[in-house]
Ligand binder design. Structure first.
Ligand SMILES: [Fe+2]
Ligand SMILES: [Fe+2]
Length: 309
């Protein structure tokens, strides 16, 4: 082995994200399991080289993973702000999904701390271009994942907050709570999350742990305010006490609102493993049964319906 070659664990990076890496060194493969330095820390690869694709497939070191996620988040946040400025809804959504995907890969390493800035950018941008929000949750993406679900729930929630006339500060806090409501699912096995059938009792028990896991990740690993984690902890609780994880009836406002929007989004979106998507109107009719049964607040549900118009 030559002395400039390094033996560590390496992770391939996406070509579209190369110029987000400044602090982090980049590597290329010289042979099976052997890598060499391509770009030292604190340097950028020139745009020209990137545009002309004049570089080999590039990698980061496993040791730089957290730093790399932080640089990506910064780049994504800037890109989102620019896309909002020019009214590029598809660009905003796909960049946001990339950002959330990267962030949720390591939620226990403090990476969630970058998300308040993202939500701030979105809320401020939307208040200038509210038309973006109307179509946002309905732009379809390749496959339906927790990331896309979370991003859609956040968009519908911010729309609700604008409709209700909440302050920007409140809207940002509730929007962040929405974006993070299912963060606990990052620790539920894929096999259960993607099961193409109804879950067994045992699997459902495991799935039901995600609110508590999410609450813990947000509070203890990322030091984000307590009232943001309420949404994660309580979005599956029901007013008649039939929900989980605690079966409480006294549910916070965030828990109640996210409970309604979470169900609405899950039902309207396609590609759920075991059933087909419903259209918005059928979904609202369906949810009305739950309102009648005392599971959701009627007042909140009606307000949410109006916010969709
Ligand atoms: Fe959930
Ligand atoms: Fe959810």
């Amino acid at each position: 082995m030559m002395d400039h070659e390094i033996q560590q664990q390496f992770i391939a990076i996406r070509n579209s994200q190369i110029n987000y890496y400044r602090k982090v060194p980049l590597y290329y493969k010289v042979a099976e399991d052997r890598y060499a330095l391509y770009k030292p820390p604190q340097k950028l690869i020139t745009d020209l080289r990137i545009n002309e694709n004049r570089h080999p497939k590039l990698y980061i070191s496993q040791d730089d993973r957290i730093e790399a996620i932080k640089e990506l988040q910064k780049g994504f946040n800037q890109h989102i702000a620019q896309s909002i400025e020019v009214g590029d809804v598809v660009g905003v959504k796909s960049t946001l999904c990339d950002l959330v995907e990267e962030t949720l890969a390591e939620p226990r390493s403090g990476t969630l701390k970058a998300l308040p800035e993202t939500v701030d950018t979105l809320v401020s941008g939307y208040s200038k271009h509210p038309e973006i929000l109307k179509t946002f949750a309905y732009i379809s993406m390749k496959d339906y994942t927790t990331v896309i679900h979370s991003v859609n729930v956040m968009a519908l929630t911010i729309g609700f907050c604008f409709f209700s006339g909440y302050s920007l500060k409140e809207t940002k806090r509730i929007g962040l709570s929405a974006l993070l409501h299912d963060v606990g699912k990052t620790e539920i096995p894929q096999k259960i999350l993607k099961a193409p059938r109804k879950l067994t009792d045992q699997e459902f028990k495991i799935m039901q742990q995600h609110p508590k896991i999410g609450d813990e990740i947000i509070k203890s690993k990322n030091a984000i305010a307590d009232n943001v984690s309420q949404g994660a902890l309580q979005h599956h609780e029901k007013l008649d006490g039939s929900g989980y994880p605690n079966g409480i009836r006294n549910i916070s406002f965030e828990g109640q609102l996210l409970g309604i929007i979470d169900c609405y989004e899950a039902l309207t979106n396609e590609d759920r493993p075991y059933r087909r998507a419903k259209n918005p109107l059928d979904t609202l009719k369906f949810l009305k049964h739950d309102v009648e049964a005392g599971k959701f607040s009627r007042k909140l549900f009606e307000k949410f319906c109006y916010s969709l118009i």
